[in-house]
Design a protein around this ligand. Structure first.
Ligand SMILES: [Mn+2]
Length: 331
């Protein structure tokens, strides 16, 4: 898919104040994309700020060396955002994942809204969608933009881009990894970046509470034919003194079991509020199930937040939908 990046560079040229943001509970791709763009915009003298709706995992602080990322707070940010020239929103999927920031943006006629994304979406919320669902990461699109303006990558910009690329491709394991993903990696490594420095900072930082939580999550594992479910209650979180970010990667782990095609994790967020994460090996598409719950995502990796239910009810419902998928495949 070819994107006309001139629209973005023209907008950047005429903008003085630019806000950058990504989805709630930012991941390596969202953070890496906004930081790489931020460093570029700063280097050409733009006034810009990264304002996210929620905090990110500490393990990503190494790509935000000068602590440029701010977490949204109405009194400090709403006026500034409202009066920006343009907003660059990364990896968003659905604009509702911007939380309150989306309301400020939609209320302001002044701010030009741009989405740079690889999630399937047909949102009219943005003035322009730079969308390529075949892109392995949003960071890949940021890299494409940099290539379109002939930007010479330096280590500072390369590091967040590499973090974005490896987190979304599962370190080049997923089928979304294209020949061009490796071309991007090649150009990044040519800046002198050491892959293990980035990999170890993201993937080898397990805390004791995370390992304890993993123990109880494995205890909760249930296998229903090709489907695996795991559960995290508030009590488990409390007992292990775990934080929300500690649940990262469990759904992938459950999918890695021999014979499992789809794994899903149900985690209790607060009273009657649950987060569901889905992972599929590829036999079954699961983002339609996430959409059924008001969420979304990629075909084989998706999630949703559900209100007012119970573990059992959610689990039974999901299993019912998965069994229907299985039956329709058998016919
Ligand atoms: Mn992404």
């Amino acid at each position: 898919m070819s994107i006309n990046w001139n629209i973005l560079s023209d907008q950047i040229n005429i903008s003085n104040n630019i806000v950058l943001s990504t989805h709630i509970n930012p991941d390596g791709d969202g953070l890496g994309s906004e930081l790489a763009m931020f460093y570029y915009l700063k280097s050409i003298g733009k006034k810009c700020r990264i304002i996210n709706i929620s905090n990110h995992s500490e393990k990503y602080n190494f790509i935000d060396k000068d602590s440029n990322i701010e977490v949204y707070n109405p009194s400090e940010h709403s006026y500034w955002i409202k009066n920006c020239d343009c907003a660059l929103i990364f990896d968003i999927g659905n604009h509702s994942r911007l939380g309150e920031i989306s309301k400020i943006l939609s209320d302001s006629r002044h701010v030009k809204k741009f989405s740079i994304d690889h999630h399937p979406s047909n949102s009219r919320f943005f003035d322009v969608n730079f969308l390529d669902i075949a892109a392995p990461a949003t960071g890949f699109l940021v890299w494409k933009f940099f290539k379109s303006i002939n930007l010479h990558l330096d280590l500072k910009i390369a590091e967040p881009l590499y973090a974005a690329l490896i987190t979304d491709t599962g370190s080049f394991r997923y089928n979304s990894t294209s020949p061009d993903s490796h071309l991007m990696a090649k150009e990044i490594l040519e800046t002198g970046l050491k892959p293990y420095d980035v990999f170890s900072k993201i993937y080898e930082q397990r805390t004791i509470s995370q390992v304890r939580l993993m123990g109880s999550v494995i205890d909760s594992l249930e296998i229903f034919d090709e489907f695996a479910s795991i559960k995290i209650s508030s009590k488990m979180m409390y007992d292990c003194q775990a934080k929300l970010e500690d649940v990262d990667g469990f759904t992938d782990f459950a999918r890695s079991i021999k014979g499992v095609e789809v794994s899903f994790m149900i985690s209790e967020l607060s009273d009657n509020k649950f987060r569901i994460n889905f992972r599929s090996r590829g036999k079954y598409i699961i983002n339609d199930i996430a959409e059924h719950y008001g969420g979304g995502g990629h075909k084989f990796a998706a999630g949703a937040t559900v209100n007012g239910s119970s573990f059992t009810e959610i689990e039974l419902n999901i299993l019912k939908m998965l069994k229907e998928k299985k039956e329709s495949l058998c016919q």
